[in-house]
Design a binder for this molecule. Structure first.
Ligand SMILES: NC(=O)c1ccc[n+]([C@@H]2O[C@H](COP(=O)([O-])OP(=O)(O)OC[C@H]3O[C@@H](n4cnc5c(N)ncnc54)[C@H](OP(=O)(O)O)[C@@H]3O)[C@@H](O)[C@H]2O)c1
Length: 243
C-alpha cells in the first residue's frame, strides 16, 4: 500500500519504535497519524505539535475503549500494532498474573485492535495491518517465557487474521526483528539494531506489498531454527541434562 497520503494509527506511539513509526510516517507523507498511547502527555512534543498527529488516549487491553477509538478514527487505512509489554516472567514458576498480562497485551490487546479496525480498513479499501512480532516469536531463551510465548501466540494469531481478512483485501504484515535499542532492552548488554532501521524496513515492506518482513540476522537465524528439533535447538531442555 502507498504510505504517502495514508491515514495510519500507531499503538504505543509515545516511545521506542512507536515514536519512530510516527516520525517516519510523517516523513513519508502520511496525511494523518493517530498516535495511540496510555498517556498522551508522554507523546514526543514534536509529534503533539504537528497538525497531522491526532493523540488518542487508549490502553489496547480495554476492548470498549478500542471500539470507541475505531468509531472516532474511521479514516484509518494502515493499522500498526506496535504496543507491547515486557513482563518477562517464567511461565511455570513465575507470577501467573504477570504471565496473563503479557498475553493480555500482545495477544488479546492486539486482537482488540484488529477486531475493531477490520471494518474500518474494509470500508477504506482493505488497507494494511502491520504487527510487531519478533525473532522471539520463533525461539525461546531460558527465563523469557511469558514474552516469547506471547510473541509466538501473536505470530499464530497474525496468520489467522491474514487468512480471515484476505477476502476484504487487507494486507496483513508481520515484522520479525531481534534485540532493538529501546527501553525494552535497556537492561541487556547485547548487540542491538537501531529502531530507525527496523521501522524503515517495516514500512518499506508495507509499501512493497510484503506479508512478512525479517530485519537483521537474529530474525533470519530464528526463522531457520524452526526447522531444527528441540534437542538440536534447546539441548538444555532435554530431561536429565540438569542435575
Ligand atoms: N525492543 C526490542 O528488542 C523488540 C524486538 C522485537 C519486537 N519488539 C516489539 O516491538 C514493539 C515495540 O517495542 P519497543 O521496543 O518500542 O518497546 P518499549 O520501548 O518498551 O515501548 C512499549 C510501548 O508499548 C506501550 N504499551 C505497552 N502496553 C500497552 C497497552 N496495554 N496499551 C497501550 N500501549 C501499551 C508502551 O506504553 P507506556 O509508555 O504507557 O508504557 C510503550 O509506548 C513491541 O510489540 C515489542 O514486543 C521489540
Amino acid at each position: 500500500m502507498n504510505i504517502t497520503d495514508s491515514v495510519a494509527l500507531v499503538s504505543g506511539a509515545n516511545r521506542g519504535m512507536g515514536r519512530v513509526y510516527v516520525s517516519e510516517l510523517l516523513n513519508r507523507g502520511a496525511a494523518r497519524v493517530y498516535a495511540v498511547c496510555r498517556d498522551p502527555r508522554t507523546l514526543d512534543p514534536a509529534h503533539s505539535g504537528d497538525e497531522r498527529v491526532v493523540p488518542v488516549s487508549l490502553d489496547i487491553t480495554d476492548a470498549h475503549g478500542v471500539a470507541m477509538a475505531a468509531a472516532n478514527a474511521s479514516d484509518v487505512s494502515l493499522l500498526i500494532n506496535n504496543a507491547g509489554s515486557s513482563f518477562i516472567e517464567p511461565v511455570v514458576s513465575g507470577e501467573l498474573d504477570r504471565v496473563r498480562r503479557e498475553f493480555e497485551t500482545h495477544v488479546f490487546g492486539t486482537l482488540n485492535m484488529v477486531r475493531a479496525f477490520a471494518p474500518v480498513l474494509a470500508a477504506n479499501g482493505g488497507g494494511a495491518i502491520l504487527t510487531m512480532l519478533s525473532a522471539l516469536s520463533w525461539v525461546d531463551y531460558y527465563g523469557l517465557g511469558s514474552y516469547t510465548a506471547a510473541k509466538t501466540a501473536l505470530w499464530g494469531l497474525n496468520t489467522a487474521i491474514r487468512h480471515e481478512l484476505a477476502a476484504q483485501r487487507t494486507q496483513v504484515v508481520g515484522l520479525h526483528v531481534g534485540a532493538t535499542d529501546t527501553d525494552m532492552t535497556a537492561g541487556y548488554e547485547i548487540p542491538k539494531v537501531a529502531p530507525e532501521e527496523v521501522v524503515a524496513a517495516a514500512l518499506d515492506g508495507v509499501a512493497a506489498g510484503s506479508l512478512e518482513v525479517l530485519f537483521g540476522t537474529e530474525a533470519e537465524e530464528a526463522k531457520k531454527a524452526l526447522a531444527r528439533t528441540p534437542e538440536q535447538l534447546y539441548p538444555g531442555s532435554v530431561p536429565g541434562t540438569w542435575s
